[in-house]
Design a protein. Structure first.
Length: 258
């Protein structure tokens, strides 16, 4: 394997572990006593870290060096099954998106919120989502530009202003590429945009351009289930995180592959 490939795999593993901890590059740099730009270069596969730096990074990520190398060498680990947050104000939009994901048997957990206030509560574990304080942040956010209560622009502004969430990829959902608010989204740091309705095809096309070291996984290529299955949401399901509704809501075809 080429050196460049090894660097990219190690960088992807480091970024995946950092995202799982819900910390920013700045926080990882502080914990590892390294510079933030150094962390950024390592995660992009643009720098060959020394053994000493790898030891610092592993310690800051609360894992052993051997575990970090094992994850870098295992493509199933570096391509993690990530949680998706869908912030969509239209019930019809939610249904169309989930139906598109269901058609290809997408196995990633999908969390749904219906307005800007709820989206921020979910992301920052506030309001009715305080029970999520120890949960991982979503690894990708699909954000409707025209959310009620707080607009998608305002939600994006708060996400990108906070060092613990600014690195989460945000894909804006718009009715047109010429939407007046999309220019402000680019200025604030939105990663990409999709013209609604969202389907697996256009979603997977834009996420492939992000090169984040994780994947969208269909049930036909799903990862092996972890031993402690009861403690995790059922993949491929809409996950209801609200405290009064703790159960997962399955799609109509959930039993077909059981």
């Amino acid at each position: 394997m080429a050196i460049a490939d090894l660097k990219a795999l190690l960088g992807a593993a480091i970024k995946a572990e950092r995202s799982a901890l819900g910390i920013s590059q700045e926080e990882l740099a502080y914990r590892a006593n390294l510079h933030r730009t150094y962390i950024s270069d390592v995660e992009r596969g643009a720098r060959n870290p020394s053994i000493v730096s790898i030891q610092k990074l592993a310690g800051a990520l609360e894992i052993s060096v051997s575990t970090l190398f094992a994850q870098a060498g295992d493509s199933r680990q570096t391509r993690q099954l990530v949680d998706i947050l869908l912030a969509e104000g239209s019930l019809q939009g939610v249904r169309l998106t989930l139906r598109g994901f269901e058609k290809v048997k997408l196995t990633n957990p999908v969390h749904v919120v219906r307005d800007g206030v709820e989206a921020l509560d979910f992301i920052f574990a506030t309001g009715s989502y305080t029970h999520r304080r120890n949960a991982h942040s979503p690894q990708i956010i699909l954000l409707d530009l025209d959310l009620p209560k707080k607009s998608g622009v305002e939600v994006l502004r708060q996400i990108k202003a906070n060092e613990t969430t600014r690195d989460i990829p945000v894909i804006m959902l718009t009715v047109s590429n010429h939407d007046r608010g999309i220019a402000e989204c680019w200025r604030l740091g939105a990663d990409l945009s999709i013209v609604k309705p969202v389907g697996f095809k256009n979603f997977s096309e834009v996420t492939a351009r992000l090169n984040l070291g994780w994947t969208l996984v269909s049930r036909r290529q799903a990862l092996p289930e972890p031993p402690n299955r009861s403690a995790q949401p059922r993949v491929g399901h809409v996950v209801d995180d609200r405290p009064r509704h703790s159960s997962s809501v399955a799609g109509r075809k959930k039993r077909r592959t059981s």
